[in-house]
Design a protein around this ligand. Structure first.
Ligand SMILES: Nc1ncnc2c1ncn2[C@@H]1O[C@H](COP(=O)(O)OP(=O)(O)OP(=O)(O)O)[C@@H](O)[C@H]1O
Length: 256
């Protein structure tokens, strides 16, 4: 695989009982690219992100992150599955930002940002603190380092969550509807931080209903429906002249 490809997913299939949540979904993202995944509720967007970072085990298919197989493949009798230890090692390369910010309530903003590198990666505290202090300034919250999550707005909490993901120095950050739990007036401050991150060269996969963000920031837009990747291509093409009738309908509905 080319060194430039950060994520490659091939024929990822996920079943919940007999229900097919993902049906042979494939995707390839190059270093520094931003891919937005759009689609109606229940189409499998979150499930796909969760398969990429191993929060869900797929039933078949394969996922590579930076040339390393992180998912498993089952082809007939040919089963390959990486160990849980290996999975958690791999997962460190992948940051995740959730719809609900999931900060530790009893830790300050700065402590939340430092938590992963100190507790999981066992990096020296002083080094991590320096990095976290730079990051909190970068997300515009330099004056809120000592605040607890309950003292921050939703938009501020989400910016802390983004800084927390970045502090792990991931190869890739997955965003699962990062602005959909926010009051409308707080959406743009989070999107601005994400835009900045994209401009700095971070590879990102973003599940979002913010088509304006997708249009302005994404290189690639993927439209999913009923567990299938219906259409994928350059953002301008998919958003301005979609080919699939279902994509056309969806984009029209979001705009109206
Ligand atoms: N743990 C689970 N057990 C059973 N079914 C599940 C589970 N998680 C998700 N599903 C089902 O799989 C389908 C895909 O869900 P998913 O959350 O991935 O969709 P989505 O496109 O992210 O939707 P939304 O935009 O509403 O978040 C849905 O029909 C959902 O009900």
């Amino acid at each position: 695989m080319s060194k430039n490809i950060v994520v490659k997913a091939v024929d990822v299939t996920k079943l919940y009982g007999t229900f097919t949540a993902l049906d042979k979904v494939s995707l390839e993202i190059a270093k520094g690219e931003v891919c937005c995944i759009i689609g109606p509720s229940g189409s499998g967007k979150s499930t796909f992100l969760r398969c990429i970072n191993q929060l869900e085990k797929m039933n078949s298919g394969a996922i590579w992150v930076n040339d390393e197989l992180v998912g498993y493949r089952r082809e007939g009798n040919n089963l390959y599955e990486i160990s849980d230890a290996e999975m958690s090692r791999q997962r460190r390369h992948i940051g995740m930002v959730f719809q609900r910010f999931n900060l530790f309530p009893h830790k300050t903003a700065l402590e939340n940002i430092m938590e992963g590198p100190v507790q999981v990666l066992r990096e020296p505290v002083a080094e991590v603190r320096k990095r976290a202090e730079d990051l909190i300034v970068r997300v515009g919250l330099g004056d809120k380092a000592g605040h607890y999550p309950s003292q921050l707005s939703g938009g501020q909490q989400q910016r802390v969550a983004i800084a927390r993901a970045m502090c792990m120095r991931p190869e890739l950050i997955l965003f699962d509807e990062p602005t959909s739990a926010l009051d409308p007036e707080l959406v743009s401050e989070v999107l601005d931080v994400m835009k900045d991150l994209a401009a700095s060269g971070m590879t990102m996969i973003v599940v979002t209903h913010e088509l304006g963000f997708a249009r302005n920031v994404a290189n690639t837009v993927a439209f999913m429906e009923a567990g299938k990747m219906v259409e994928i291509g350059p953002a301008s093409e998919v958003l301005s002249s979609p080919k699939s009738p279902r994509t056309i309908e969806f984009i029209k509905a979001v705009h109206s």
